[in-house]
Design a binder for this molecule. Sequence first.
Ligand code: BES
Ligand code: ZN
Length: 775
Amino acid sequence: MTYKVDKLDETVTFKLPKKMIGLVKLILNFKGKNNDQMYGFYKSSYIEKGKEKYLLSSQFEPSDARAAFPCFDEPNFKATFDISFIINQSLEAVSNMPIKSSIKRSKGMKLVTFKTTPLMSTYLVYLGVGDFESVSGKVGNLPLRVLTIPGKKVYAKLALEYTKKFMSFYFKYFNIDYPLPKMDLIAVPDFSAGAMENWGAITFRDTAIFATNKSSSITKERVSITIAHELAHQWFGDLVTMKWWDDLWLNESFATFMSYKAVDFAYPKWDILGELYLDRSSAFLEDGLKNTHPISVEIKKSDDANSIFDSISYEKGSAILDMINDFIGDKPFSKGLNIYLKTFAYSNTYKEDLWDSIQKALQNDKKLKDVSINKMMKSWIENPGYPILDLKSNGKSLNIIQSRFFISGKKINNGNNWIIPMKYKVDETEYKAVIESKSTTINIPNNKRLIINPNQSGFYVTKYETPLIKKIFRDINSKDFDNKMIAGLVSNTYLLLKSSNIRIEEFIDLIEPGYKNISYPSLILLNGYLLGLYSIFYKTKISKKIKDLSLKLNQYIIKTVGFDKSKNDSEINKEVRFNAISNLVTMGDLDTSKKLSDISKKYFKNKSYDIDRNIKSSMYKNYALNGGPKEFEFLKKVYQENKDVVEKHIILSAFGYFNKSELYNKILDYSLSKNVKIQDSIYITSSFLILPGRDKIYFSWLKKNWQKLKNIYEPSTLMLLDFISELSYVNDESLEEEIKQFFSNKANLRFDVKSEYDKVIEKIDNNIRMLKNND
Ligand code: BES
Ligand code: ZN
């Protein structure tokens, strides 16, 4: 039989010997090589007792199953898989299903055969071979394991505990059994993303799963969210799958949203729902660009799906789900999901299937049964961007005008309206309304205070007249505001600043008086904003005000929660302390620096000195910030000798803090040295750009190394674009010109970085405009 390969399209076409009708059985022999580029069926390396060892693992989403075996590599072609390996007897094989048989062969080999999988998409198939060790347990009758490379299983126990808790939650919440007979979680030393939801065999980057009870609260949070996310996919994505990649959000938005529910259920004291506010904020910033895309977007070929694993599919999608969940209530929402999963198990869906299921769940709701969920959600899923509501009140009625919000401040009326599920609060009473038109007026009872979007679950910006907003901010001090709500208000105000609706002085004047009420999660948000603003304005007079506010805010936090850990610390205390100290270091607070220097002296002298994990990263950053060439050499040694992957990652993120100009290029070069895994280089470059004024140096380094970076990072890894994202700090016209010049060369603008590049240029334009407007 003859065949034709189209390399660009990644397809092979067979010419049948004669016309055939009915079922045709095609048997193909094929061979391949395990690459070391983290896609397809690839090779990952690690050092054991001084020797380099390998394991094999797979990463197929969205379209690299075809890099391992010929298949109809699209989500809608669900099939069953029979997988077997011939491997060395000392090794272990892992796949989606449990082992059916293992038969010894000659020359120390064995044939391992797995049970047949249920109907599933190719991108979820898993192949793994290695010298694994594991911890195991059960949830109900379901066997669970966490597998690691030799010597690391101590770091896997907590993950096992999390898995048990989250699985129990999903059993209850989805009300559908987990469909496979086992669940494995595998820590892979080389991994391009954070984790991947292969059905029954979830893979993780080691730093996204390794944790112990002593880990920092940030580490525990990240690990638990990642596990909860991938476990949610076992239902959302694996059992019920989108028909085509244009509905990728059905996977990612749900897993993101559900992960918070699961963690909140298992660890209510962590107040993890605060993360929703941080996610929403990042979605607002990305989706306020002209270069955004609707949540549901046309994808022509599988490869293009790579470009939508972004904050629109994850964070915006999750925010939209939170909005509808909050509007209709928890019960109908979870009932709707249950109908959806039951109806479409083992098959594929369009987004409408989801809304229809939720609509069914609302059948008996007197107030909401006539609201068309499909029509409402369509406007959020199919329109790019989100609305800003201009609000005017005369005390008796409120006029609302909606238009699309752009960070550039532009107002373009393209006639698209959103159907907004709006909540508002008049004094202590909450109301609901569905806003459809461009301009809407609603009657409002007499009141002392009116708040639109009171718990900030709505995905829109509100612009009150000045007296109204002043009244709200004045009340922040009255303590009857939840900190999540403060986070929402701060985020809303930051968007007004970015879009030049208000000036930076106004922004500071609104926020500053309430600084004592900033805590988790508003602290994390505000610190991020202040750091970003500092980096844009650092050459101007206003930078002092920004820095002063940041110092005042974080010093106050330390005054209230203490610099040192205490026995009664809540996770929230630990987290705000960590965040405050870290920002105090970056802003150059002397007192903090002195305390941290004392700690690092003791720690470097005696490694068993028990230091609070929550301040380790600040300690390393402070060490670098105050260090020179000698300290740089020392830190490299500390990094290379350290065996704890989480701490290694923390150390990498400190390298960028060395502040002696003669070290700049050495730091950046170190990121590409053989001592740093290619999955980790970005930690150094991104920390390099946190301190202001380094964009020129970074860009000339990037230019010089671009060819090399292109060779290191294949498009499938999605990692090259991270090096471009870092340029979004640029706020200088001549540098922007240089960047444009460089990327006007088609060879430099590889297809996998194109959409990130467009966004970065828009962000630079916004920085420059913001500087000018606030002059
Ligand atoms: N399905 C993704 C992994 C993925 C990402 C595959 C990009 C192909 C391209 C997985 O479920 C995921 O979302 N992982 C996240 C972690 C999560 C906690 C947000 C990741 O890798 O960052
Ligand atoms: Zn996911």
